[in-house]
Design a protein around this ligand. Sequence first.
Ligand code: GTP
Length: 597
Amino acid sequence: PQNNNIRNFSIIAHIDHGKSTLADRMIELTKTVSKNEMMNQLLDDMDLERERGITIKAHAIRMVYEKDGEEYILNMIDTPGHVDFTYEVSRSLAACEGAILVVDASQGIEAQTLSNLYLAIENDLTIIPVLNKVDLPGAQPDHVAQLVGDLLGYDPDKIPRISAKTGLNVEQVLDKIVDEIPAPKGDSGKPLKALIFDSVYDSYRGVINYIRIVEGTLKAGMKIRMMKTGGEYVVTEVGTFSMRRDPRPELTEGMVGYVLANVKTISDVKIGDTLTDAANPAEEPLPGYKDVLPMIYSGIYPIDPEDYKDLREALEKLRLNDSALCWEPETSEALGFGFRTGFLGLLHMEIVQERLDREFNVDIITTVPNVEYHVYMSDGSMVKIESPSKLPDASRYDYIEEPYVKAQIFTPKEYVGAMMTLCEEKRGTFETMEYIDETKVILKYDLPLAEIMFDFYDRLKSLSRGYAGLDYTPSEYKRNNLVKLDILLNGDPVDAFSVIIHRDKANTYANAICVKLKDLIPRQQFDVAIQGAIGGKIISRSTVKAVRKDVLAKCYGGDITRKRKLLEKQKEGKKRMKSIGSVEVPQKAFLAVLSLS
Ligand code: GTP
């Protein structure tokens, strides 16, 4: 059958081990793009990704490779590279039969080498290990080959030793893809089943879905149904993707490509959903679909209330290729109308903020992120709280539970002590310590999610000079002595500043935030008292003293241009301020707490 010559695969790796560079070399070698079309890091086509060096969104690229006189179609499916995006990685992997596991020969096995490997194993993929960066003076290919070989049960001598940078031995990888990864199995006689592993929004064509046909045939004119969401659409075009869309008459089982169907209702499309033929539907959807649950929440508000509608539209579009993003409208006394938004993690939150700013040009204020708390009420019921301001009065509930994660910290053994101190400071409970090799250790801790959300990762990196890595999975909810800390400005609580925090940490935190806000809130015409309070009891205080002169006082005498300039400057400054009651608060004050531990 025609799909004998198809190979569907992903490249998986720890961040910076060279996944994108290897992808670029393969695209060059297979002449998928001519040399002058080839920009560096072709797959990372969003600015943001390039800057961060993180592949956030999966794309699929079709390459043609000739081996022993036979032509093969290699479909390379790119996967996001960060722990925040596990579900999306797993859906991309589900579209493949094999995965190339890239390991940096100078760094060895790292946190995401293992977590991505486990996802690939869960999806029953054939794994081809590759050692990269053998050109580096610090590379230890033989040593790392032994470790990787032991891990996978793969002959260490057969692991390609490559340099994605120079191109050395990259053909070996292409040959192995053909030889070792099985061709897709599937039945064209069966009703259509296609896995949506990615989608993007195009303002002219609507939603573009990237799909893998598992069974059946898809062509223009067919009416398709999304099995989970129930959306039905007529297909206008199908095709494959080799840096640009190539329309084709049809896609058959085993093939990877895109489908256009004038889908404008973004909520009809979910990554991991199954497309079927509405006229002859499959009985069961493909396995593995999950509604992705956010781990942290934050309020997003337009700085200018007029931008509310634009913000809503921008969030809708972002949700399309970011199945994990979710929100609902909320109002804040301090900030007005906005959205309570759920994210997979802090990095995810930062990415969404930056994309709103850059791609959609909406100026926003975000509030301090928090986890979801379970509040056990006096009447025996349980309420889930996604925002500290929603916490009922302390007299109405018995206790609060917070989410924990199982964290794995990968570290050279000399930093074990520092890592343990950090975890203890963050209310962690030690579980185990294992050696990966003679120099590297995995520490396992049970940690409150709220504690690793803020500066944990940065601290871990700086304490280990960048060498330690972190990986975590959600575990259970646990009861702790948690309280709501309010911040008052001139006596009024500012809901957007409230946090839920462990009682033992509340005083330190309240002091720190009072000091911080004192620096950030500019002087006004009157004194501004900043207070931290738990249930009406003030536990810390600072004051921003009133200014004496106004801006114009300096230049009486009447140089009008100078005056105008000053006024404009002041207006500019105002743009990034939000008036809360009578107090002007700059945008960055709302995020100040992120830098407090
Ligand atoms: P993420 O997209 O962040 O997951 O990283 P990645 O795994 O795609 O790594 P990327 O390809 O961006 O490479 C990371 C860095 O390593 C870049 O600076 C590359 O130039 C460099 N690099 C990649 N392959 C090699 C290699 O074979 N040798 C050397 N010396 N450097 C390499």
